[in-house]
Design a protein around this ligand. Sequence first.
Ligand code: FAD
Ligand code: 2HG
Ligand code: ZN
Length: 489
Amino acid sequence: AESYPNLKRDSRFKEVNADDVKFFKGLLGSGSAVIDGVNQDASEDLEAFNADWMRKYRGQTKVVLKPESTEQVSKIMKYCNDNLLAVNPQGGNTGLVGGSVPVFDEIVINLGRMNKIHSFDDVSGILVADAGVILQQADDHAAKSGFIFPLDLGAKGSCQIGGNVATNAGGLRLIRYGSMHGNILGLEAVLPDGTIMDDLSKLRKNNTGYDLKQLFIGGEGTIGIITKISILCPQRSPAVNVAYFGLESYEKVQQAFREAKKQLSEILSAFELMDKQSQQLYKRATGAKLPLENEHPFYCLIETSGSNTDHDSEKLNNFLEHVMGEEIVSDGVMAENETQVQNLWACREGISEAGQHFGGVYKYDLSIPLPQLYDLVNETRERFQNNGLMGDTDDFPVVDVIGYGHMGDSNLHLNVATRRYDKEVEKAIEPWVYEWVSKRNGSISAEHGLGLAKKEFIGYSRSETMIRLMKQIKQLYDPNGIMNPYKYI
Ligand code: FAD
Ligand code: 2HG
Ligand code: ZN
């Protein structure tokens, strides 16, 4: 795990003591709702809340609070604000930028126990639920009425919908259903001083002044704690088809994407890119068999979702015939049953975890104009081929450089898979990669946020004026700066 030589604990913040813990226990009960590392050694229990998913960032919190209601969150926040105790909101702790764990001794407020679904309207498709509901559970609930949660991602079994909103997560079907900014209809959030902001609207249209909830969507827990959400779920498509194919060049990947939009238009629900190296790494890490016999420099996964199986299969078959006939695509398979659908998706969704299988990983989540998107992967790989840091044995920190992502959204995931976390590797990529992206007017964080990892680099994607305005908002909502300190703002 990283230590933070460039960061200093802010001495304005109080250190949590036995009296504070007594207050929290009085409020939440003395059971498992308070993990108390002040009066006793709870380091083992605290570990899961201090360490992030990548085992790259580690905090030193001594107290984890698991409130059960908005009122409890409000009382916690008021107390922390009055006493200058810094806090770190935490959902499923699957975030990839170090935002979900403390830096020093910030109190973790974990939403895991706020996990009730309040209502689902099967005419409008509007779901109202607590922030701590696991994404998979929210989707299962919507599925019972024939609807789908408009977000899906590899961490769905453990991430929370509140965390998804706080990071404005994008995921695998943004191309079809759009972002959280469009789908969230309302929020309930607790501000640092304990104020409950009840904006849990269920209205599709509501043009009455500033849309303040948008500040919390993608705010990464820096201005308030999201406690409930109201979200519009679209109809679940009964006919889902998935195809996986191999291509010989990135030029052909772009042609295939163009054709997919043209020929599959309204039923296209995912268009994902995987390079050869990402599939090899997935295979090495999991032992899984890849869907195609022969190797290809690139692979794409296409999903269609529609209302009529025959109609959709015919469309997808025509598309595949066309792209193979035109030699845009060299080889492909179409899933014939649910197991095959899962297996094809696993080749894409499993890459993220495979990236760190060998010890460590440097992850870059970038928006880049499509024509240049893959150039970055080539250039990064060349850098490591030339600087002596990449090789097949333990002497070399870098295992491989892989590129994959949400092609449909111009969102590249560049992962440098390593055998260990290594400052030399980091220095070889940063800030070079951010400069590269900035020069092409891309974004240094397409969907994961900034957290701690990208804190210093926000200037590559946002102007000074924009950063100043963000700071003003932070100051207004959180004048004491107790919410998720040391992170991007
Ligand atoms: P956490 O990780 O706990 O927190 C993330 C941030 O949100 C932190 O800053 C935290 O302080 C804040 N936060 C959490 N809950 C709240 C709340 N209730 N109120 C206020 N702030 C809060 N992301 C994508 O966009 N697309 C993907 O396809 C994708 N795939 C992933 C696949 C894997 C295998 C993994 C591990 C991660 C992936 N992610 C992806 C990262 C993504 O950001 C998270 O998975 C998810 O959105 C975070 O939810 P969480 O509940 O785990 O939040
Ligand atoms: C994905 O699309 C996630 O798989 C994770 O956003 C990407 O781990 C990554 O770099
Ligand atoms: Zn992603």
